[in-house]
Design a protein around this ligand. Structure first.
Ligand SMILES: [Zn+2]
Length: 294
């Protein structure tokens, strides 16, 4: 079954801890307009604020629905955010709040990384991939899975937390509380801290200049990436693995160090898995959310 998207304009919302991005998106995943507003944590006020921001678009276009990506654990079927640490939300019925404020139905709520993976799939990989793993390498590490052309959510909508796959139980502490998660080695915050740099980009520039300490941090991160990807390849047998997000800019360096661990994945699935770094589209989060309106 090909993932079919209903024709018409839809509203996409990417709800983060500090900023909310809104976009008017067509069925092909093209953004016609984008807006950003600062996040307000009180759900009713937030819903009102978003409605205010989208009002002009809604009055001049017919909208077929709204897709929302939220950084947190989401009950997609009921439109409830079970837990969003950045927003300090627990069991917030965000769909209901948005509907009450007048945001166009149907409203579909999804985890933000899952929505972003859907956006990555639709903006360039749809014709080339059926079984896709998306790794978002940013401040943290997130992920999303597309199997047989369809988004994979798992039993409770929690699937795709690739950043919290444990690679070394005695490794560094992760923001989630566990040790040795992917994110604890490969997340932007972890990289900068370990390299004593202001940002992963600064650490990247240092490594490019041959700074040994900086190279050692990237080497360790690359090894973790290789080991993680080898696991994903053996378990999921994807045709494509897409690395996106700011830290994916360092992919050539990371993949060089990832190679030995990657080579240990089983041969057939390893050969089948293309690792790609798609041209950065900074709107994949809102696009993916919007395209979840089916
Ligand atoms: Zn973790």
């Amino acid at each position: 079954m090909e993932a079919r998207v209903k024709k018409g304009l839809r509203l996409g919302i990417d709800l983060g801890g500090t900023m909310v991005k809104l976009a008017l998106v067509n069925e092909k995943g093209r953004c016609l307009a984008v807006k950003e507003v600062a996040t307000v944590k009180a759900p009713a006020r937030l819903a009102g604020l978003l409605m205010g921001a989208a009002k002009e678009w809604l009055s001049s276009h017919r909208i077929v629905g709204t897709g929302v990506g939220v950084a947190g654990d989401v009950d997609s079927a009921r439109g409830i955010v079970r837990f969003a640490p950045n927003l300090k939300w627990k069991n917030v019925p965000i769909k209901q709040f948005l509907r009450r404020a007048g945001i166009p139905a149907p409203v579909h709520v999804e985890n933000d990384a899952t929505a972003a993976a859907w956006g990555v799939f639709h903006t360039g990989l749809k014709k080339k991939s059926r079984n896709l793993v998306v790794l978002t390498l940013g401040t943290g590490v997130g992920g999303g899975l597309v199997f047989d052309g369809k988004l994979y959510r798992g039993a409770t909508g929690s699937a795709g937390e690739i950043g919290h796959m444990v690679l070394d139980p005695s490794g560094p502490v992760c923001p989630c509380g566990n040790r040795g998660c992917f994110e604890a080695t490969l997340g932007g915050v972890a990289l900068a801290r370990r390299g004593k740099a202001a940002s992963p980009y600064e650490l990247y520039l240092r490594a490019r200049k041959g700074n040994r300490a900086a190279l050692a941090v990237w080497k360790e991160a690359g090894r973790a990436l290789g080991q993680g990807l080898a696991n994903l390849i053996n378990v999921l047998n994807p045709d494509t693995i897409a690395l996106v997000g700011g830290v994916a800019g360092a992919a050539p360096l990371l993949l060089k160090f990832a190679r030995p661990a990657l080579a240990k994945a089983f041969q057939t699935p390893r050969r089948a898995a293309r690792i790609v770094v798609p041209a950065q589209n900074k709107h994949t989060g809102v696009i993916g959310a919007a395209l979840l309106v089916e």
